[in-house]
Design a protein around this ligand. Structure first.
Ligand SMILES: Nc1nc2c(ncn2[C@@H]2O[C@H](COP(=O)(O)OP(=O)(O)OP(=O)(O)O)[C@@H](O)[C@H]2O)c(=O)[nH]1
Length: 370
């Protein structure tokens, strides 16, 4: 790491958000150092000498900025609503500028661009209400300083000139506040749009991976999960099994009770099926009334026993479809183990053949090739 980078890390730390805040505060500090130096230079240029008041102001202004830097760098400001302390820093800089104005004499006009710069610090962070609040604060502050100076030192601060300065501020500061408010609205709209996009993305992901009716992973998602499992099993050499589940005479449920009742039965099965499986097993809707189970790291005898348990629990279900009598269903299941090196499609075909064997053997049973 270069010396410069090490120094940067020492000054700004490593946390990205903190670095951003500290960069901003460092810039404000630099502005303050320049302002203080310019004021001292101006006093020298005018042939005078910095008096005690100027030194007090200088120490106050620079000390304040050091205090802000320390509050942020130490992490103390993280407990605040705004850890950047933007509002506080701007209010402080405005106070310092107003006090500097009282001492700048003929060079006090230089305060106005500085004032603008101070307010611009808030443009990217302040809320509209805070911008208007700070604008009012600055107007009151400068109004007070200008009046005091015009009364106490009318030769150096002629009342008419001070009135002109104040009128200029009374126009300039609200204009900056209006611009800040506009930026704030744009920022809010952008963050709202970003949140909406994130929500839409989550929804799209759900649509792309979930079956709408049952909430189970859909065929596409299951295919991806099985591909992953195949890779994992090849790398680590463990077994995994696949089972295909098909409802028995489901057409009869639809024909007797209606399609909506059939949907209720599918949902009830999805819930019961998931509950009957281990947390690591995945139940997915493969299509229609056909479901697929992926049993990772499971030898075939265990998978067969798991499917038998599921079959029994499904057969024991009494599903309320809003009719006088609940509906019960049975399922036929074909289960097989994936063989090392074989394409997934082959294991799926085998599970399908076993399923049809279960159907032709009389349904409501599990067939495996164990
Ligand atoms: N309610 C509902 N029914 C569905 C859905 N998808 C498929 N089905 C129905 O599932 C039934 C499948 O019928 P078949 O393929 O004849 O099978 P089966 O009646 O279960 O008979 P076997 O499989 O031979 O035991 C059809 O009536 C389809 O309409 C769905 O999303 N909702």
């Amino acid at each position: 790491m270069s010396h410069l980078r090490r120094l940067g890390t020492l000054w700004l730390g490593t946390d990205a958000n903190q670095r951003l805040r500290l960069r901003q505060t460092s810039l404000a500090m630099l502005l303050m150092v320049v302002s203080v130096s310019v004021l001292h230079f101006a006093v020298e240029l005018a042939g005078g000498r910095a008096d005690a008041l100027l030194w007090v102001w200088s120490v106050f202004s620079l000390g304040g900025m050091v205090a802000f830097y320390t509050a942020i760098r130490s992490g103390w400001s993280l407990r605040l609503d705004d850890p950047s302390m933007t509002r506080e820093q701007i209010a402080f800089a405005l106070t310092s500028a107003a006090l500097g104005y009282a001492q700048a004499g003929p060079l006090r006009g230089a305060c106005f661009p500085v004032l603008n710069l101070i307010l611009m610090f808030g443009m990217f962070q302040l809320r509209a209400s805070h911008a208007y609040g700070l604008c009012m604060f600055a107007l009151a502050l400068f109004g007070g300083v200008m009046t005091t100076m015009a009364v106490r030192q009318p030769a150096a601060y002629p009342p008419a000139v001070e009135m002109g300065h104040f009128l200029m501020l009374a126009f300039m500061l609200p204009a900056v506040a209006v611009l800040t408010a506009r930026l704030s609205r744009i920022r809010r709209r952008l963050s709202h749009q970003r949140a909406e996009l994130a929500r839409a993305l989550t929804q799209l992901q759900a649509i792309a991976t979930r079956d709408e009716l049952t909430g189970l992973p859909n065929r596409r998602q299951m295919q991806a999960l099985m591909d992953q499992e195949q890779l994992r099993s090849e790398r680590h050499g463990h077994d995994f099994c696949i089972a295909i589940i098909d409802f028995d005479h489901f057409k009869h449920v639809n024909d007797t009770h209606g399609h909506a009742a059939g949907d209720t039965v599918l949902r009830a099965f999805a819930q019961a099926g998931q509950a009957a499986l281990r947390a690591s097993d995945v139940l997915a809707r493969w299509g229609g009334e056909e479901f697929l189970v992926l049993l990772p790291e499971t030898p075939l005898p265990l998978a067969g026993a798991g499917m038998e348990r599921l079959r029994q629990q499904v057969a024991a279900l009494r599903i309320d479809i809003g009719a006088p009598q609940p509906v019960s269903i049975t399922v036929s299941i074909g289960v097989t183990g994936h063989r090392p090196g074989e394409p997934l499609a082959e294991a799926l075909e085998r599970a399908d053949r076993l399923l049809y064997q279960a159907k032709s053997d009389g349904r409501d049973r599990v067939c495996s090739d164990a």
